[in-house]
Unconditional design. Sequence first.
Length: 86
Amino acid sequence: MLLGHEPFGHVPHERPFNPSSLIQSLHRVGFDHVETVGSSFVHNRFYVPLGAIVARLQGPLLHVRMFKHSAWFVIYTGKKPLDGAE
């Protein structure tokens, strides 16, 4: 698929998902203390000069609950107890 022919700019193997469903899935398989943080709003196809401006301004927004799941790259962390551990 050529860039610009897909209405949202996605590549064929990408698709959006609901962050809450991923968090629920992690809890279902035994992860505790699941947390998320937005890492960047800049996609690798973003126009570089504009991306540099966004990168400088994005810091505070990456930690705001309303915006952090809208970041291009979101980090999910969690802890899973070892077998036999309390």
